[in-house]
Design a protein around this ligand. Sequence first.
Ligand code: C5P
Length: 235
Amino acid sequence: MGKDVIIACDFNGEEQTLAFLDRFEGRKPFVKIGMELFYSAGPDIVRRIKARGHRIFLDLKLHDIPNTVKKAMAVLRDLDVDLCNVHAAGTGRMMEAALEGLTRPDGSRPLLIAVTQLTSTDQEALEKDLWIERPMDQVVMHYALNAKRAGLDGVVCSPLEAGKVHEACGASFLTVTPGVRFAENEAGDQKRVMTPAEANRIGSDYIVVGRPITAAADPVAAYGRCLREFTGTAE
Ligand code: C5P
């Protein structure tokens, strides 16, 4: 898998999502299906989008006791997604259980990454709400190393942390980074943001981009711009 832009399809329902993807006329962007769409449209939306030829990141961020996560992952395994995730805060044991559940009898499995800290969490929330009295980058690095030790393929982190995660966990450990904004965009509820070009420079493997594309007047053009800025090439 090379560098790519993943579009966060945060829509409420199948019709709206498929109509959005129709606008790309034969192009097949890598698509992220998150909680809103999965809970409103159900597992069939994954099969439909997959059948259209898109790669899929199923972003359900599982976080529960190891046995429950293992069994839930065994269900997701059969949806044939390309990438899925858990919260690293669920512990190493939970991440190992997730991998077990995700692995098919022939040893193949979708890629599994862990959320380190949500990009909407800032230092103040880390200390006041989560009661973690450490600098954000140290916390992210600790969670990333836990994920690597558990055998996962990478992490979701802010683009601000992607370079350091690669230093600590190796170049092939994937960094998937939301919190991306064009230079002129508002950050909205995201606290730790970067432009696609900056995310590229700092070493993100994949950027996850929602509203800057989905809420753009011309989403196809916004996607093209994102790809150009992130990969540094013409499409
Ligand atoms: O609209 P926006 O570009 O902010 O969308 C970012 C997407 O990435 C959302 O679907 C959000 O759930 C997801 N995400 C995130 N921060 C994480 C993990 C996932 O923003 N740490």
